[in-house]
Design a protein around this ligand. Structure first.
Ligand code: PLP
Length: 255
């Protein structure tokens, strides 16, 4: 069957981010997405108004049911919502040590709206050693490490057990966006893309999902990241803007 990526994330009713971003991306790139819902969010294409997390025990049941049934090739972690859900996922990953994991440490939406409840940051730090790759943006890297300098933040993330880090530069100023891939404490690759005009809703989810399905189809990490960056660039270039002056929704499936 198509390579299966098991995704944990929240439902974004605008369809821009979260589980829908995962499903569309993974399907567009030839995989099959299995999805465990961690939270129901209240948001439109512009901002987050609130969310409620799913009971951690129910997250565990959803995941165990799928893991017992489908040949999961890669696990992709997006919005987890709470420390309790992160703890359940740590348990699951301990039971499935051979499945590669892409962890997007979501704390907030692109708009800045909060997507984290108590204990999530600590819970995410505890997941790092299980992840093949973590994909923080610069805001998340600073917040998770409580430091301003990004080189220091990368060192701290490695000291907390991260194995590979894709540090995304979209929130840094400048006419281009610089992403840096680090592995084993060193920088492996740097990619620069022109900054598109406007703000995008769900770009981080799309990137992490595309990396996950790349790994699931057998690419090595640098190739999976490069392929995912190209996929995101295309989805953003073709994005829809539901409101004048508002955020764009990536177009991941093109006819
Ligand atoms: N996950 C969910 C469920 C979301 O709703 C959002 C943003 O709204 C995100 C993740 C993060 O989105 P982005 O890809 O824009 O960083």
């Amino acid at each position: 069957m198509r390579p299966v990526v098991l995704c944990f994330s929240g439902l974004d009713p605008s369809g821009g981010a979260g589980l829908q971003a995962d499903i569309e991306t993974i399907a567009a790139l030839g995989g099959h997405a299995a999805v465990v819902c961690t939270a129901l969010t209240v948001q439109d294409s512009q901002q987050v108004y609130g969310f409620e997390t799913v009971a951690a025990g129910l997250v565990r049941q959803q995941a165990e049911t799928v893991l017992a049934d489908l040949p999961v090739a890669v696990i992709k972690l997006g919005m987890l919502g709470s420390g309790a859900i992160a703890a359940v996922i740590a348990d699951l990953l301990r039971q499935h040590p051979h499945i590669p994991v892409v962890l997007d440490p979501v704390l907030a939406a692109n708009s800045g709206g909060n997507l984290a409840s108590d204990g999530l940051a600590q819970g995410l730090l505890r997941l790092f050693p299980f992840a093949t790759l973590i994909t923080p943006n610069s805001v998340e890297a600073r917040r998770l490490t409580q430091t301003d300098n990004l080189d220091d933040a990368v060192s701290i993330l490695f000291s907390r057990g991260a194995r590979n880090i894709l540090l995304k530069g979209g929130h840094e100023p400048g006419a281009s966006i610089l992403n840096r891939l680090y592995g084993g404490g060193e920088m492996l690759h740097e990619s620069r893309a022109p900054r598109l005009a406007g703000d995008f809703h769900g770009s981080g989810c799309t990137l992490a999902a595309a990396i996950a399905v790349g790994l699931a189809t057998g690419l090595d990490l640098p190739d999976a990241v490069a392929g995912a960056e190209a996929f995101v660039a295309h989805a953003l270039q073709n994005a829809d803007r539901p409101r004048a002056d508002g955020q764009f929704l990536p177009r991941r499936i093109t006819p």
